[in-house]
Design a protein around this ligand. Structure first.
Ligand SMILES: [Zn+2]
Length: 183
């Protein structure tokens, strides 16, 4: 892993070994990557950002892989848009909204999919599956296609057509199911 320190369950706080295939904790909790931020700050000069890539990978020291390992579609580096009218309505004169729709797959899900596919690639995985709705499956399908992975996606039958078509367009095998069960 890049400069990260450990994998930790967000529910029971159990530490798990990095550099192995993990999905969720045995307790069902989601896994979080923990970083030694004090140590990272000491070895990460501010000037390094001036020449860093204009993508999410400019922040590689706090991502789980190095920039040159990334399966990237130039995600991140999305603009902050000043929303003066909304700001006035909310009493916040300098309100900015980060426009994540500029990501390669049209949502912030591109960031997570990029990390997931990058880490899978590092660990020698070449097949991925996901059961989900919304923008996550399409993002995974896009990054998996960029990596040359085989992808199988399970979605509910009443998913919006745009989500279904996006996954198919990226070459994923999509199975429509009656409904998705909670993990
Ligand atoms: Zn746990």
């Amino acid at each position: 892993m890049g400069r990260s320190s450990a994998i930790e369950c967000g529910r029971c706080f159990k530490s798990l070994p990095a550099n192995q295939v993990l999905n969720a904790c045995q307790c069902g909790g989601l896994l979080l990557v923990r970083y030694d931020l004090v140590s990272i700050a000491r070895g990460w000069p501010r000037d390094e950002l001036k020449t860093a890539p204009a993508s999410m990978w400019r922040y590689a020291p706090v991502l789980p892989a190095e920039a040159d390992e990334a399966i990237t579609l130039q995600e991140g580096w999305t603009p902050l848009i000043r929303t003066a009218g909304l700001g006035r309505a909310l009493g916040a004169e300098n309100l900015f909204v980060k426009d994540e729709s500029r990501n390669p797959t049209g949502s912030l899900k591109a960031r997570g999919a990029c990390c997931a596919v990058t880490m899978a690639h590092k660990q020698g995985i070449r097949k991925l599956t996901i059961r989900s709705v919304g923008n996550a499956p399409g993002a995974l399908a896009a990054y998996a296609a960029a990596a040359g992975f085989e992808t199988r996606i399970f979605m509910p039958g009443d998913v919006p057509q745009s989500n279904f078509i996006e996954c198919k367009a990226f070459g994923a095998t999509v199975t429509l199911v009656d409904r998705l069960q909670a993990p």
